[in-house]
Design a protein around this ligand. Structure first.
Ligand code: KDG
Ligand code: MG
Length: 405
């Protein structure tokens, strides 16, 4: 089944998304998500200039060989841009294989390991009161797990929130230059335990709670925070320190039993190998597109499962609905699935461009059993929402030093 054409679309129905469509000689097509927040056009160039010419005429069924060809054949292996591009092609080929087999992709992986996908929602806020109100709403809606992020008093917003009443994510598609936030480790460390203390006092221990540090602490600071949070029994602390320093996780592990999650920025199994085989982490956050596609992600899941590490794929709003659906299939299959980050059902603009069906019941996501990923991309609708250059914020310490993201 020869590849006849590959199209790359960039649109901004609220946020920028890069979508790849691989079309075969019989007209079957598959979709992949190539979105890399803040660096979208670099992936577009990688795809159009360097990948598409090599794939036309190849057999769409040879997913493994095409993956090896794009990864090893490039000589320049790894890297967020190239792996997002390879990942999108790989996703599109799995979609095609599912459609040609007339099966949902999870069937090709070995079938379902569970009835639905447990998700965690985001309760953000400018104050503890606001975060707890949002948490209460999630609990009423049946969520089993929720992430809490709160603006730190006397700072200009913090990760997951922004100064003022605006939701952090509403701003994502409209930042022509990176906004700047101020970070104070001391203020943060003195405040976050209080957020979780009040959450447990108000809602008890039935609901699973997690938190994303976004790599802003040193290993010993992270160890102290995780120890302070021990009484509140978190599901996990995410990105306590930057993943470039794998041994930072060893330091934290030696001090605390708060579970640790990381890996949304991993691009390959190699990035994760040391942390997994040493059992320094509990959850791997790598998303199918950023990890180079389903082909390497299933290897990562199997390797993690040998070491009692579970999968908790990144599910921020800058991953497109094509990724949401790919994660549905991956999570339904992965025997060592833990929890999926989920930011809701999207805006009318988003749902005009991406057509798919998921349903949340008692904290679990379900989908229709359709061949492939079960999602469509409406090209005409996408044209109404052209790309807008937009950046993530940067962080500086109070003295002006540029800090981790
Ligand atoms: O593009 C970066 C975002 O996806 C990231 O800030 C979200 O850390 C994130 C998360 O866990 O959702
Ligand atoms: Mg994160």
């Amino acid at each position: 089944m020869k590849i006849k054409d590959i199209k790359v679309f960039v649109c901004c129905p609220g946020r920028n998304f890069v979508t790849v469509k691989v079309i075969t000689e019989d007209g079957t097509y598959g979709l992949g998500d190539a979105t890399l927040n803040g660096r979208e056009m670099a992936v577009v160039a990688y795809l159009e200039e360097h990948i598409v010419p090599c794939l036309l005429g190849r057999d769409a069924h040879q997913i493994e060989d095409i993956w090896q060809y794009l990864y090893k054949g490039a000589y320049w292996q790894n890297g967020a841009v190239s792996m997002a591009a390879i990942g999108a092609i790989d996703m599109a080929l799995w979609d095609i294989k599912g459609k040609l087999a007339n099966m949902p992709v999870y069937q090709l992986l070995g079938g379902k390991s569970r009835k639905g996908v447990t998700v965690y929602g985001h309760a953000n806020g400018e104050t503890i009161e606001e975060v707890l109100n949002n948490l209460g709403t999630f609990i009423k809606e049946g969520y089993k797990a929720v992430r809490l992020q709160c603006t730190i008093p006397n700072t200009k917003g913090t990760y997951g929130t922004m100064e003022g009443k605006k939701n952090y994510y509403e701003l994502q598609g409209n930042r022509p230059l990176p906004p700047e936030q101020v970070w104070s480790t001391d203020r943060y460390m003195n405040f976050i335990p209080e957020l979780f203390k009040q959450a447990r006092e108000k809602f008890g221990y039935e609901i699973a709670l997690c938190h994303d540090v976004h790599s802003r602490l040193t290993p010993i600071e992270a160890s102290r925070l995780c120890k302070l949070l021990e009484p509140y029994k978190l599901l996990f602390i995410e990105d306590a320190v930057t993943t470039e320093n794998a041994e930072g996780y060893k330091v934290i592990r030696e001090h605390t039993d708060t579970p640790l999650a990381t890996g949304e920025k991993f691009n390959t199994l190699w990035d994760a190998k040391e942390m997994i085989q040493n059992q320094w982490i509990d959850y791997v956050r790598t998303a199918v597109p950023h990890g180079g596609g389903l082909t390497p992600l299933k290897k990562l899941a199997d390797f993690a499962s040998l070491h009692h590490v579970r999968m908790a794929p990144h599910g921020a709003p800058d991953l497109s609905p094509v990724c949401v659906m790919a994660h549905m299939h991956f999570n339904l299959w992965a025997p060592n699935f833990g929890v999926q980050e989920f930011i809701g059902f999207g805006t009318p603009e988003l749902n005009e461009v991406f057509q798919y069906k998921i349903e949340l019941k008692e904290g679990l996501l379900y989908m229709d059993d359709k061949p492939g990923w079960g999602i469509d991309f409406v090209e005409e609708a996408a044209k109404k929402y052209p790309y807008k250059r937009s950046y993530l914020p940067v962080n500086r310490l109070e003295d002006g030093t540029l800090w981790n993201w």
